[in-house]
Design a protein around this ligand. Structure first.
Ligand code: BV8
Ligand code: ZN
Length: 248
């Protein structure tokens, strides 16, 4: 990553009135949370996440899917936000206007000080009834030996509680997606961090900014389809690049 790119990116961010921060699983990688593709270890390693993160998988084997999410929630509760999350919170505090939009279901942006990030794909901390939709309490995870955990029944109707996340084939929360598109359409700079840019419609968000004349800055150690959308590609890890950016 060239210093000139870092300097140019820092200047664009300093001068921006309205900023959008758009993140994927890569921003939580240095906290020790595997990215979505790497999240399948142990019991789940033989599954494709795109098969497990679906209403069908939950319908077929609720304990397998609920156990996967409970294990991921327990992992998030054991780790801390990293220097990348904290640098993003610092950018957010300095900017006249800044909206954080995340595809992640962890709460690490919040714990790093970001105010009300928009969760396009829901949250590990918002379980709800799979039938009547009533919110359910997040309880201590019932550790079992094989990782399967039977989801608790809804207090109201008895149906199984499900994770409060957006599965493949499910619509994103309309209010969240609309707010994210509006912010992306009106910002001067969108910083996209740690996303592979392959899951839609979330992956549209940086394209909206570019189409509306805003500037996209990407932070990712690897090439992604967003390389052609970004005016500046900062090739590197979030917890290294972002602190360097805010200390310029
Ligand atoms: C919808 C929550 C319609 C759950 C997630 C073709 C066939 C079938 C379906 C489709 C198709 N084309 C489009 C679709 C639709 C589908 C889709 O996009 N599929 C993809 C796979 C092609 N989309 C949907 O189904 C969406 N819904 O379309 O509904 C509809 C409309 C109306 C009414 C009814 C229905 C819903 C998609 C949401 C799925 N849920 N997450 C959970 O977390 O379990 S998506 C999940 O995967 C993540 O949220 C993330 O967004 C996505 C990708 O995961 P990863 O790749 O791991 O993470 P990320 O993208 O962030 O990549 C990691 C990146 O970090 C990499 O680039 C890596 O280089 C980088 N990195 C690594 N280390 C670091 C780093 N970066 C910085 N620092 C580091 N240290
Ligand atoms: Zn219910």
């Amino acid at each position: 990553m060239r210093d000139i790119d870092l300097r140019e990116a820092a200047d664009l961010i300093d001068r921006a009135e309205r900023i959008v921060i758009f993140t994927g699983a890569g921003v939580s990688a240095e906290s020790g949370i595997p990215t979505f593709r790497d999240a399948l270890t142990g019991l789940w390693e033989r599954f494709d996440p795109r098969r497990l993160a679906t209403p069908e998988a939950f319908g077929d084997d609720p304990a397998l899917v609920w156990g996967w999410y409970e294990g991921r929630r327990a992992a998030v509760e054991r780790v801390e936000p990293n220097a990348g999350h904290r640098a993003l919170a610092a950018i957010e505090q300095r900017a006249p206007e800044c909206v954080v939009v995340t595809q992640n279901i962890d709460d690490l942006h919040e714990r790093a000080g970001s105010k009300e990030p928009i969760h396009l794909h829901g949250s590990l901390f918002a379980p709800r009834c799979s039938a009547c939709g009533r919110p359910a309490e997040v309880e201590g995870t019932a550790e079992t030996d094989d990782g399967r955990v039977t989801p608790p029944p809804c207090d109201h109707c008895g149906a199984p509680i499900r994770p409060g996340v957006v599965w493949f084939g499910e619509a994103l929360p309309a209010d969240a997606f609309e707010a994210a598109v509006a912010a992306a359409a009106n910002c001067d700079v969108l910083i996209t961090v740690g996303t592979s840019g392959v899951v839609f419609p979330a992956a549209e968000i940086p394209q909206v900014t570019a189409r509306m004349g805003g500037t996209v800055i990407q932070v990712n150690p690897d090439p992604t389809p967003l390389d052609s959308v970004a005016r500046i590609n900062l090739r590197g890890a979030a917890a290294e690049v972002l602190p360097a950016l805010v200390s310029m």
